[in-house]
Write a protein that binds this ligand. Structure first.
Ligand code: 3PG
Length: 205
C-alpha cells in the first residue's frame, strides 16, 4: 500500500517550481534535510520537467500535485510521478489512477466527498484545505465518523500545528509548502530549505 510509504515520511513538501534548473538542488536540499518524498504541483509550465529530473533519483519519491484531470495524470506518470494528488474529488481521475495502479489522493472537504472516494474504492484521501476547513477539530470529527479512512491533511499546515495533525491516528502524513517556499526556491536559498526541513524532521521523531 502506498499509504504505508507515506506513513514512513509523515511530511510531504508541496512545491511550486518556476525554473526546472532548480529541481536538482531542491531535491538535494530536501533529501539532505531528512525527507524522502516530494509533491511537485502542476501549477507551472516546468513542473513536469522538474518531476522528470527528480524521478531519476532513488532517494526521493516524487508525486504530482494539483492534478485536475486524466490527461495531466498521464503526463505526470509518464514523467516519473509515483503518485497523484488532486485538490478535489474527481471520480474519473480516481478511476483512471486505480485502473493504472497509480496511488491517488483526491482532496476531500466534506463527508459527501469522502463517501464518493470510498465508493470509488479509496481508503486514503487528502483533507484540503485543512486549516481553513476547521483544522484538527474538523478532521478529528471526520475521522471518528469515517473510521476506516486515512487522511493526508494539507493547507495551512506549519511547524506550529504539524504535531497536532500527526497526533490524529488516521493521519498518514501531512502536506505543506512552508518549508519549500517558492520565494526561497526562486532566490536559490536552498540552504534555508535544508535547515527548515532538518528542523521540522526533528519534530517528527
Ligand atoms: C496544496 O497544494 O496542497 C496546498 O497549496 C498546500 O498548502 P499550503 O501552501 O498551505 O501548505
Amino acid at each position: 500500500m502506498f499509504s504505508d510509504e507515506l506513513k514512513k515520511h509523515r511530511l510531504i513538501p508541496v512545491v511550486v517550481i518556476d525554473d526546472a534548473q532548480d529541481a536538482a538542488p531542491l531535491a538535494d536540499a530536501i533529501v539532505s534535510g531528512g525527507l524522502g518524498c516530494v509533491e511537485i504541483t502542476l501549477r507551472t509550465s516546468v513542473a513536469l520537467e522538474a518531476i522528470k529530473t527528480m524521478a531519476k533519483r532513488t532517494d526521493i519519491v516524487v508525486g504530482a500535485g494539483t492534478v485536475l484531470n486524466i490527461e495531466q495524470a498521464k503526463a505526470a506518470v509518464d514523467n516519473g510521478s509515483r503518485f497523484i494528488v488532486s485538490p478535489g474529488m474527481s471520480v474519473s481521475l480516481v478511476e483512471w489512477c486505480l485502473k493504472n495502479n497509480v496511488p491517488v489522493f483526491p482532496g476531500c472537504a466534506t463527508p459527501t466527498e469522502i463517501q464518493l472516494a470510498l465508493e470509488a474504492g479509496l481508503r486514503t484521501v487528502k483533507f484540503f484545505p485543512a486549516e481553513q476547513l476547521g483544522g484538527v477539530k474538523m478532521l478529528t470529527t471526520l475521522g471518528s465518523v469515517f473510521q476506516t479512512v486515512q487522511f493526508m491533511p494539507t493547507g495551512g499546515i506549519t511547524s506550529e500545528n504539524l504535531e497536532d495533525y500527526l497526533a490524529i491516528k488516521q493521519v498518514v502524513a501531512c502536506g505543506g509548502s512552508w518549508m519549500v517556499q517558492s520565494q526561497w526556491i526562486r532566490n536559490r536559498r536552498f540552504s534555508i530549505i535544508h535547515d527548515e526541513i532538518q528542523r521540522v524532521v526533528k519534530l517528527l521523531h
